[in-house]
Design a binder for this molecule. Structure first.
Ligand SMILES: C[S@@+](CC[C@H](N)C(=O)[O-])C[C@H]1O[C@@H](n2cnc3c(N)ncnc32)[C@H](O)[C@@H]1O
Length: 261
C-alpha cells in the first residue's frame, strides 16, 4: 500500500521530469523487483507492475539493443544463432519448419542461413504461429494457425518439398500463468506435439530443436527424444536470461529407418 502510493507519486513526478531523488533511488520504489537502470524508461504512467518490470528489463538488456541494431524482430534471434554456431545445423539448401515463429526472429535467422531468400543452393523456411506475422522475404508464414491441429500440420507439409523437412524448430510457448508446474506441463505438451510432427516430416538424420521450461518432465522428454535421435543435448544459450527456466533440447540424427520399422 505504502509502496503503491510512493510509486504513484514518483510516477507523476517522473513524467513531469521532476527529479526528486536519484534515478536508482526512485526506481526502487516502482516495484520491488524492478532493477536499477542506467537509462530511465518513459511512459510508465498507468502501467502495471509487470509492465514496468518488462519495460525496465527491455531497456537494460544488451540483446534487445543488439537486436534493434541487427534488424531482428526480437532478442530470441541470438538463442538460435548461438545454437547454430555451436551445432552447425542450418545449412544452405535445407528445408526448415519454425513452430511458434511470431514475431519472426528465428525465421529471419533460418532464412538467412539456409538461403531461403536468395543464393544457391536455395533453402526454404515455413513459419507457423497462433498470432499474425508480418511478411519475411523468403519465408512462407502461416499466421493465425494452431500448430497442434492436424489441419495446420497438413498445411505445413504441403509447403515442404515432398512433404519433408531437414530441421524442425519449436520455440512455441503457452501464455505463462506464473504457476511453474502448470506452465511446465503446458509447454511439454506443446513440444510433444512438435516432436510427433518432426517424426512425420523429418528426413533421415534431420534435426529437432525445441524450448522447454525446466521441470519434472524434462528428463523423460529428453529420453523419449533420445529414442529416435542419435544425439540429444540440453542447452542454455548465453542469450537466454539466467533467471529464466528456459532451456532448449537439441536433437540431431533422426533415425528414420528405426522409426519406420
Ligand atoms: C517465444 S515466442 C516465439 C518467438 C520466435 N521464436 C521469434 O524468434 O520471434 C512463442 C510463440 O509461440 C506461439 N504459440 C504458442 N502456442 C502455439 C500453438 N499452439 N500454435 C502455434 N503457435 C503457438 C505464440 O503465439 C508465440 O508467438
Amino acid at each position: 500500500m505504502i509502496r503503491t502510493s510512493i510509486a504513484s507519486i514518483f510516477l507523476k513526478r517522473f513524467e513531469k521530469n521532476q527529479s526528486v531523488l536519484s534515478s536508482s533511488q526512485t526506481l526502487r520504489h516502482l516495484h520491488k523487483s524492478v532493477p536499477c537502470l542506467k537509462k530511465a524508461p518513459k511512459n510508465l504512467k498507468g502501467k502495471s507492475a509487470s509492465s514496468q518490470r518488462w519495460m525496465v528489463r527491455q531497456l537494460s538488456d544488451p540483446y534487445v539493443q543488439k537486436a534493434a541494431v541487427d534488424n531482428f524482430r526480437c532478442r530470441s534471434a541470438y538463442k538460435l544463432i548461438e545454437m547454430d554456431d555451436k551445432f552447425r545445423f542450418l545449412k544452405p539448401g535445407l528445408a526448415v519448419v519454425d513452430c511458434g515463429a511470431c514475431p519472426g526472429s528465428w525465421t529471419q535467422v533460418a532464412v538467412n542461413r539456409v538461403n531461403a531468400a536468395e543464393g544457391f543452393p536455395r533453402g526454404m523456411v515455413v513459419g507457423v504461429d497462433l498470432q499474425h506475422m508480418s511478411p519475411i522475404p523468403g519465408a512462407k508464414l502461416l499466421s493465425n494457425c494452431d500448430f497442434t491441429l492436424e489441419e495446420t500440420q497438413e498445411h505445413i507439409r504441403k509447403h515442404l518439398p515432398n512433404g519433408k523437412a531437414d530441421v524442425v524448430l519449436s520455440d512455441m510457448a503457452p501464455n505463462a500463468t506464473g504457476l511453474a508446474s502448470l506452465d511446465h506441463d503446458q509447454i511439454v505438451s506443446l513440444q510433444l506435439s512438435a516432436f510427433k510432427f518432426s517424426k512425420v516430416v523429418l528426413r533421415e538424420d534431420g534435426v529437432f530443436v525445441c524450448k522447454l521450461w525446466d521441470g519434472s518432465h524434462c528428463k523423460k522428454f529428453q529420453s523419449v527424444v533420445g529414442d529416435v535421435f542419435k544425439f540429444v543435448k540440453v542447452v542454455k544459450p548465453q542469450s537466454s536470461r539466467s533467471n529464466s527456466a528456459e532451456l532448449f533440447v537439441f536433437a540431431r540424427g533422426y533415425k528414420k529407418i528405426r522409426q519406420d520399422s
